[in-house]
Design a protein around this ligand. Structure first.
Ligand code: KG4
Ligand code: ZN
Length: 340
């Protein structure tokens, strides 16, 4: 059973092919980063137009990569939300056309659920209950995947998403877009204790996080140094900023896992590609005897394979969409169909 997954929710035109729910057959990503870089962020209209231009070649590339033809595909999965409306519409419209033309099922997928389920391509069947930290450019959520496969949100950011904070600070210190990987690289040469940036809400009872104060603190410190005629070491700034973000995510996620009695933790989304976040979780989970499930980097950042995997799970559970499938830019993780 081959499922082709289409992802166009943001700035990657991505197509993946998954066989029998767990085997990755193709994962092709046409990044638009260069198109958006001059603007310092994703321009929705530019993204939608680029998806339209890149989608068919990316589908073709994925089919060649998997060594199959479109007629071998058993179902078309597509991200229906959350994401940019115009960008989502390109993928969903294309998926409808392909499903109709080839007379195969169409499956609308929740992008956030797909980020979590990407892990099954490397770890096999997920066995909920488990705790997931979903951290991307648009989302930062601490969620439980209950035994029935449904998601329950425990907490999340009350202002900026983690990826958004990385991207904004990167832009402020003159690094390229997307900023997360750039900060990650620069931070490796810096001292994470050089600046004492705030860890907002670290010790409160909730599982919510706030990152906008951290962003402001970094910007204020850089302006202060500049006014004093001092040259900050940007590697130290990057490392200290990153450490503050990582500290809060690790602390809150592990506290949530403890409170819920869960010993499996999934890291998902683009920020889960962060080397420091991965290393800190690896060390803490090992010390606590928790199982850490974290996909390799190409399966953390936006990709089509995760959409194919999530779609394959829905198909196996008998959940498909009709041609009336709409996009939902604000689709919540808790709204995702259960597949377990
Ligand atoms: O999941 P994703 O690819 O797209 C969304 O669904 O938003 O996440 C993109 C975000 C961007 O903000 C990017 O800067 C961040 O993930 N990111 C990283 C790293 N790689 C990507 N943030 C920190 N460290 C990284 N290595
Ligand atoms: Zn994403």
């Amino acid at each position: 059973m081959l499922v082709l997954g289409i992802e166009t929710s943001c700035d990657e035109t991505a197509v993946g092919i998954v066989e029998d729910r767990f085997a990755l057959r193709a994962n092709i990503i046409a990044s638009q980063a260069e198109l958006h870089a001059p603007f310092g962020g994703v321009v929705p209209e530019v993204a939608a137009r680029a998806h339209l231009a890149q989608l068919v070649p990316t589908v073709d590339h994925a089919l060649v990569s998997a060594g199959v033809g479109l007629s071998d595909i058993d179902a078309i999965a597509v991200t229906a939300g959350p994401g940019l409306a115009g960008a989502l519409l390109v993928g969903v419209s294309a998926a409808k056309g392909m499903a109709l033309a080839h007379d195969v099922p169409l499956i609308g997928v929740n992008h956030l659920r797909a980020h979590v389920e990407a892990a099954q391509l490397e770890y096999g069947e997920l066995e909920p209950p488990l705790l997931a930290l979903v951290v991307s450019g648009g989302h930062t959520s601490i969620v439980v995947m209950d035994a029935d496969g449904r998601f329950r949100q425990l907490g999340g950011t009350i202002d900026d998403a983690a990826g958004e904070a990385f991207d904004k600070i990167a832009r402020f210190i003159g690094l390229g877009y997307p900023g997360g990987p750039e900060i990650d690289r620069l931070a490796q040469q810096g001292d994470p204790t050089a600046f004492a940036f705030p860890r907002a809400m670290l010790h409160d009872d909730s599982y919510d996080l706030s990152l906008s104060g951290l962003k402001t603190a970094v910007i204020r410190e850089l302006r202060r140094l500049e006014a004093a005629g001092e040259q900050p070491d940007l590697a130290d700034v990057a490392a200290s900023f990153q450490e503050a973000i990582v500290d809060v995510q690790v602390a809150k996620t592990l506290r949530a896992a403890g409170a819920e009695g869960l010993d499996q933790i999934v890291l998902a989304g683009g920020v889960a590609a962060n080397s420091r976040l991965r290393a800190r979780f690896a060390a803490e989970c090992e010390a606590n005897g928790q199982r850490l499930i974290v996909p390799s980097i190409p399966l953390c950042t936006d990709n089509g394979a995760m959409v194919a995997a999530s779609g394959a799970n829905l198909l196996a559970a008998g959940v498909t969409s009709d041609l009336g499938l709409a996009v939902d830019p604000n689709l919540a993780l808790a709204a995702a169909d259960a597949t377990a």
